[in-house]
Design a protein around this ligand. Structure first.
Ligand code: SF4
Ligand code: SF4
Length: 80
């Protein structure tokens, strides 16, 4: 899993799903407290480009890359 979605932050605008160049996200069956279907990653499609993270207006997505570095909102920190 490379994509983490903060359920509480997501408002279900679907911008991440629409703009992902790899079509790697889709609506899940999970409803959050706002009553929206949060996005979920489709296996083996994501290339870690981070467009979804950058485009999300509510900072609800974090992309975790293969090199175990967590990149969020322009900051890098090592995952321990
Ligand atoms: S862009 Fe952000 S708020 Fe909109 S559906 Fe995706 S994760 Fe949720
Ligand atoms: S990191 Fe890029 S390829 Fe992966 S889900 Fe986000 S927009 Fe799509």
């Amino acid at each position: 899993m490379m994509i983490e979605v903060n359920e509480g932050y997501c408002k279900g605008c679907n911008l991440c799903i629409i703009f992902c160049p790899r079509k790697a996200l889709e609506e899940s069956q999970v409803l959050n407290k706002k009553g929206v279907h949060i996005p979920v990653e489709i296996e083996d499609r994501c290339v870690g480009c981070r467009l979804c993270e950058l485009i999300c207006p509510d900072f609800a997505i974090t992309v975790e890359t293969d090199d175990k570095m967590k990149i969020s909102a322009g900051k890098k920190k090592a995952v321990t």
